[in-house]
Design a protein around this ligand. Sequence first.
Ligand code: AHR
Length: 321
Amino acid sequence: MTLKAIFMTAVSAALLFAVPASAAQLTVGFSQIGSESGWRAAETSVTKQQAAQRKVNLKIADAQQKQENQIKAIRSFIAQNVDAIFLAPVVASGWDAVLKEAKEAKIPVVLLDRDIDPSGKDLYLTAVTSDSVHEGVVAGEWLAKTVGDKPCNVVELQGTVGASVATNRKKGFDSVVAKHANLKVVRSQTGDFTRAKGKEVMESFIKAENGGKSICAVYAHNDDMMVGAIQAMKAAGLKPGKDVLTVSIDAVPDIFKAMADGEANATVELTPNMAGPALDAIMAYKDKGTVPPKWIQTESKLYTAADDPMKVYESKRGLGY
Ligand code: AHR
């Protein structure tokens, strides 16, 4: 066989085995933040389930809460020439340089559950997130409605400093407080989205607020910090859910258990399934060139003790919380 013939045979074979992106196995690199909360653990587990359902090859890099580890992971995904990168950005700023590298390598990036600064808007394909300002509004409105005209001193456990969701959940809640003269945020500090830190910060709030007697409500940017705060309140002889109202975000099973025990009052649900819509978007993009909307918004639903907490608890099992 001549050289030309060998070449032509190779080309025909390549054409024969070339399959459209939807049928070929896609490889997605996911830079996950870590495992700071029950919600985060569920997001990781649901992402694996969603990828397996679509036969997508998923590579997960756990950044252990560090942005520098996320940047390294993204560079490694670029070097491996993955088909797409999913990024749950621990903080909002500092992404432009590495996302420019991904763009230059023509690897689409999808943000999951958190946003980045507006300067990076052109550097990712789409973001699958909730409206985290709205989550704060929902939490604030529940509290305003529940206390009515009664004066209410609130302590706030914030999420990770610099995370879009922490900034926005604060902003949304504050916008409701601003409309109600009887509501006042008397203390506000980060608990870094962890149960242990939520407990520790709540202990200091209780000490500073007359053994907790002057605290009417706790607002936590996630349920794990609230579970820690509930432990601190109980240890101080307070009755969370009764003497002190609680409202938080995520809807993890443990908060429904606390609700069933009368120790928590309300939570705003954040779905752990950000990956399903993200994978569908990336597959349609690779297959047909369909450009997704810049923001794929997930629902933010309020749950209270009136919603049969144990039933919700049961329904969330098997999701990896
Ligand atoms: O970005 C989503 C937030 O991150 C969740 O509300 C919190 O539990 C997690 O750590």
